[in-house]
Design a protein around this ligand. Structure first.
Ligand code: FMN
Length: 193
């Protein structure tokens, strides 16, 4: 199983990084091969044409050479995922938002143009959502709601929502470890335990 962690964290240390490591260890403990995709260098959507560009018919971005194409390919290869972002202004970190703005357009789960043999990247895949507000602790819900909306647009199957901050990370790091491990071990949404 390929477990992909997508994050938009500009830091190499701190809370969000520690949480990412805990997810990674949990997924590995569940037997997955884990990759971390940090999207902080990916540009924003150019909003081509009159609103839709090649994203609509070709399901790829006309400006994808900035690293977006590779990131999109990784999303397709993954069997399950975790989205983890620091909370900025009660929302996901800016590059994370920009990446998902572009990906959502390309992966929008309507008729996939003429490529009906290909499935959208996240359709039916389990995704763990984690928001990490490190300052006031505010904005956890609004950020998770934003991640939820992205999953609705791409038909991802949300496994769980976890908010983790400065004063709960001792026990919530354990929670994210266990959540990733449970996913990687084969627990499906809707399974009773
Ligand atoms: C521009 C900016 C806006 C932020 N907005 C919030 C916020 O709305 N709520 C909050 O609790 N923390 C906020 N923070 C703090 C980050 O959430 C915090 O840095 C993040 O959780 C990651 O923690 P870490 O820096 O230890 O990895 C903000 C940080 C920045 C740089």
């Amino acid at each position: 199983m390929k477990y992909l962690i997508i994050t938009g964290n500009p830091k190499q240390d701190g809370l969000c990084h520690a949480v990412t490591e805990a997810v990674k260890k949990g997924a590995e403990a569940g037997g997955a091969i884990v990759d971390v995709l940090n999207v902080t260098k990916i540009e924003r959507c150019h909003v081509c044409g009159t609103g839709w560009g090649t994203c609509r018919e070709k399901h790829s971005c006309a400006f994808g050479n900035d690293g977006f194409n590779e990131a999109q390919a990784k999303a397709h290869e993954a069997d399950m995922l975790c989205f983890i972002t620091p909370v900025y202004w009660g929302e996901a970190e800016e590059s994370f938002k920009c990446f998902f703005d572009r990906l959502r357009r390309c992966e929008f789960d309507m008729p996939w143009g003429k490529q009906r043999d290909k499935k959208p990247a996240f359709s039916g895949k389990q995704v763990l959502l984690i928001a990490s507000p490190g300052g006031s602790g505010n904005g956890m819900f609004s950020c998770l709601e934003q991640l939820d909306r992205f999953c609705r647009h791409t038909r991802a199957a949300i496994f769980d929502y976890i908010g983790i901050n400065r004063w709960n990370n001792d026990y919530k790091k354990q929670t994210v470890f266990e959540a990733a491990k449970a996913m990687a071990s084969g627990r499906k949404n809707g399974d009773s335990i």
